[in-house]
Design a protein around this ligand. Sequence first.
Ligand code: SAM
Length: 338
Amino acid sequence: MTGLSDPFNRPINYLRISVTDRCNLRCVYCLPPEGISLLHHSEILTYEEISTIAGLAAELGINKLRLTGGEPLVRARLSELVGMLAGIEGIDDISLTTNGILLKDYAAELKQAGLKRVNVSLDSLNQRKFQRIARHDKLNDVLQGIEAAKRCGLNPVKVNMVVMRGINDDEVIDFARLTITEGWHVRFIELMPFAVDNPPDGHSVAGKGSLHPGFLSADHIRERLTVLGKLEPTPSITGNGPARYFRFSKASGTVGFITPISRHFCFSCNRLRLTAEGKLRPCLLSDSEVDLRQPLRSGASPRKLKNVINGAIKAKPRQHELDRGQGSGKRMMSQVGG
Ligand code: SAM
């Protein structure tokens, strides 16, 4: 293994794997209320196929995997997949991004199977608001899931909040306070304009919804947090992501900012994405993708499959173009392994 890098000399060592396009929430910025047309079961990669691809990627130099979706925990027996991936030589970190609803049921077995850590998406601490954003009344399940993950040692548990002006931005201080009182690691994410109708100039989030949120930059959020004290930069906690981290002086937790819009981090992008139906995407925010499922199912040799992976890496764009008015492609976050 010599290590992978793209045409812009960025090392590529991180693969995000979407295990399903299904989700048990309908967050207003992510999915329409009626959901999306779903893949047939036979179109979705089996666990064996995912493992084969991860194994080839590991031989090429990938050493970190993250499972995502859709909602990864709605796929049956996810811990079996974790166990298979954990057995691949060269893979030394497996993490999960989840909405947390089912985490209390699965945290222990996932940890046992080899999962290292989880990121939990949580956009409101207020039950009614949670329901408006996620279109389901599941706040308590998520909070229980976060506690279960901590108890099982899936640490650090990072809590990701997508901030929307006029929707949940009044809660950024409450979330940040939890880094002091509860040691939470909270990351504020800038709203991205996905195929759901949610332009960053902020006039709607999803379809005909009655919500009128908008983009709020990380600098604005940070400014608001000064009422809690001074935020000092702190080294990145465990992980491979693009967040910049800070800490209040008395906090054991951290505040992170993920700024795909106001300060993109493409220059340090180290990742590839595998969609649930087996397409490899070099960039979340571009529709370019290469198919691995068809060659895999028609018996292509490992060398051929590795060539396909290398082809995706060669196609990695220098940077996304959201700030130049280019959209995020035709597909939604839940379809491309967000
Ligand atoms: N279901 C899992 C979850 O909720 O974490 C994994 C998939 S979800 C698509 C992954 C992350 O993408 C979540 O943190 C979600 O909030 C975020 N996300 C989805 N659409 C987004 C958007 N338009 N802008 C910013 N973040 C978005």
